[in-house]
Write a protein that binds this ligand. Structure first.
Ligand SMILES: Nc1ncnc2c1ncn2[C@@H]1O[C@H](COP(=O)(O)OP(=O)(O)OP(=O)(O)O)[C@@H](O)[C@H]1O
Length: 327
């Protein structure tokens, strides 16, 4: 076995960091006013994942992304992106990262195509001779080929967002960082962006996207991290995160009131009665016993199922609170 290299003492987490596209250790940001926005964050984003960075408004997502992109300095801790330290390696890392942060900056009086031509011209590494082809390919990639000649101010919010993605895709990227990419979009616009994210990921690009929408993360992400008040609550494969939480017990019965009473007696918690449906956090005991107790109390049971846990259940189980989305 090789001795650990003395020239790399600052990489204690190398095994994990090697296949991680983003790895942070103790990453912390305290703003000048004293606000602790990100508190000791250890984030590991595996290569090839669609990684959802989930948290309510104000939980520190944007601050984290700004540190990852080298836009602000952490107060303490470290961040590596594509294996290199940020913000120190910004100049080598950022050309390989496409980012869409806080909405794209567009000129409304220019067409979508002309906006992209400007973006491409601002990139000193982009060959001007192949500019038109690159722009056409990027427009095509996001489904804006037909609308490329239209002025950007006439675009819907969803189209503007796609144009921003096209700008991020002018060059081949190993990583795409998208801050709330579906924020403010109507359901159709959201679907378009989600489909696009899936397509990009299937080409092998790692996608890191922030969202305050649980179902969005469940629909598009393979992995997720959950933030609350600047701290990491959990991270891992989405399937594992939801599997960690128990599902809810759902009893369908015309005797809902009596069913709720018996379930409570049996140790079920958080009972909700809605018409002929009683749902509850299941008790620890054998559910066959719970069902038998219902029948013994002459509750006419039409349905008795344990619903699969969602990411929301996992969040509630972890934080003891609902996933409250403010604004
Ligand atoms: N420049 C700043 N100066 C001082 N405090 C800030 C600054 N930017 C953000 N904050 C505070 O840091 C905390 C985390 O904010 P941040 O924007 O990172 O959260 P977020 O999860 O991205 O939320 P949102 O989805 O609303 O952007 C909040 O309490 C916010 O008020």
């Amino acid at each position: 076995m090789a001795e650990p290299s003395a020239t790399e003492p600052e990489r204690p987490h190398q095994e994990r960091a090697d296949d991680a596209v983003i790895a942070t250790r103790g990453l912390t940001k305290r703003y000048r006013g004293g606000q602790l926005a990100v508190d000791g964050l250890d984030l590991t984003v595996p290569a090839g994942s669609v990684f959802g960075f989930l948290g309510p408004n104000g939980s520190g997502k944007t601050t984290t992304i700004r540190m990852l992109m080298g836009l602000i300095e952490p107060t303490s801790g470290s961040a590596r992106v594509l294996g290199r330290p940020m913000p120190r390696a910004s100049r080598t890392v950022l050309p390989r990262v496409g980012a869409l942060i806080e909405g794209p900056a567009l000129y409304g009086f220019l067409s979508g195509r002309d906006n992209l031509l400007r973006y491409d011209a601002a990139d000193p590494t982009a060959d001007p001779r192949t500019r038109r082809e690159r722009v056409a390919a990027a427009l095509d990639r996001v489904g804006l080929a037909a609308a490329g000649g239209k002025k950007a101010k006439a675009y819907s919010l969803g189209m503007k967002q796609r144009l921003g993605l096209a700008a991020a895709l002018l060059q081949p990227r190993r990583l795409l960082v998208l801050d709330e990419p579906t924020n403010g979009l109507d359901p159709q616009g959201m679907r378009e962006i989600r489909t696009l994210v899936r397509e990009l990921a299937s080409d092998g690009t790692t996608v890191f996207l922030s969202s305050h929408l649980l179902d969005e993360i469940e629909q598009v992400c393979t992995h997720a991290a959950v933030m609350a008040q600047g701290r990491l609550i959990t991270q891992g494969a989405v399937a594992d995160l939801s599997a960690g939480a128990r599902g809810r017990l759902v009893v369908t019965t015309p005797d809902a009131g009596e069913a709720a009473r018996v379930l409570k007696e049996q140790g079920a918690a958080d009972l909700v009665v809605d018409g002929d449906r009683v749902t509850a956090e299941p008790p620890e005991r054998d559910l066959a016993e719970v069902n038998a107790a219902l029948v013994a109390a002459r509750v006419r049971v039409r349905g008795f199922v344990l619903e699969r846990a969602s990411l929301e259940d996992a969040f509630v189980a972890l934080t003891g609170e609902g996933f409250d989305v403010a604004g």
